[in-house]
Design a binder for this molecule. Structure first.
Ligand SMILES: C[S@@+](CC[C@H](N)C(=O)[O-])C[C@H]1O[C@@H](n2cnc3c(N)ncnc32)[C@H](O)[C@@H]1O
Length: 261
């Protein structure tokens, strides 16, 4: 059972694009300054792909993970049977001690109230420890603008209002302003990845079914989901050209923050 029943994640769907989703994990790991890392936790660990790379970077550290989705925790345990994974919501999580690295890749955009969350997480760091965060910064990309525009159509009778409001992420300036006095160093950057996806705009839909489309699809019945995706594909086709090899290039901006105590 997921902690939030309306928010069921599928490890299998999410893992379809693991190579692409791992790239920012590696880019984030590369910028963590701490070298003597004894313990690390991956919050919103998903199916364990990011946890595995975190453990590979710090082979001698005790690395654990938490996630609020039972399907994700089960997949992570299967993948890394020697590590500890806990079914827990990040907002309710009571860490047992303090950490050298708290790692959150593609997770905190789903967690509200960053004004409370980020200082809390920084408070769980050892001196010299880092909070390393990556969040998609794609709210204004055509994919997400189109999702919101279709969701606002009358035909859904208000069912999709909350889905359009989900993202908790602030802008880079907000994180600088709110975190700079709480840490010794603060590294913020943004990268745009260009993911070549097979299958034309259907490839984009397949990608988004693992993440950003879920709140919309979860709120609809099966027939409505078909209708929503059909509308979405038609609009996507106007915004994303298909190359003659059938590939669509999906620009994907991501915001990175490494806050070190
Ligand atoms: C996009 S996946 C990221 C998975 C993995 N960290 C990676 O780098 O690919 C987001 C994960 O965050 C989890 N998540 C979302 N909200 C959460 C919360 N409030 N508490 C714990 N986990 C949460 C989801 O269950 C999902 O597994």
């Amino acid at each position: 059972m997921d902690l939030n029943e309306n928010d069921t994640w599928s490890a299998a769907q999410y893992s379809k694009f693991e190579k692409e989703r791992n790239r920012p994990v590696m880019d984030l790991l590369e910028h963590i300054p701490a070298t003597d890392v004894k313990n690390a936790v991956d919050i919103g660990c998903g199916p364990g792909n990011s946890t595995e790379l975190l453990q590979a970077k710090y082979p001698d550290a005790v690395v654990s993970g938490i996630d609020s989705s039972a399907d994700m925790v089960a997949a992570a345990k299967k993948r890394m049977p020697n590590n500890s994974f806990e079914l827990a919501d990040i907002t309710q999580w009571r860490a047992e001690g303090t950490y050298d690295v708290i790692f959150a890749n593609a997770a905190l955009q789903w967690v509200p109230d960053h004004a409370t969350l980020f200082p809390n997480l920084i408070g769980k760091l050892n001196n010299g420890g880092s909070l390393a965060v990556q969040m998609p910064d794609n709210f204004e990309e055509p994919t997400h603008r189109l999702m919101r525009a279709i969701a606002s159509e009358d035909r859904w009778e208000g069912k999709l209002i909350s889905a359009s409001k989900r993202v908790a992420r602030e802008g880079a300036e907000w994180y600088y302003e709110n975190l700079r006095n709480k840490v010794n160093s603060l590294d913020i950057w943004r990268t745009i990845y260009f993911h070549p996806l097979q299958g034309g705009v259907k490839g984009i839909v397949e990608w988004l079914k693992g993440t950003g489309l879920r709140p919309y699809l979860n709120a609809l019945d099966t027939a409505e989901q078909v209708l929503f995706i059909d509308r979405f594909e038609k609009e996507l086709a106007k915004a994303y050209p298909v190359f003659d090899d059938g590939v669509v290039l999906l620009p994907y901006p991501r915001l990175f923050i490494v806050a070190t105590r």
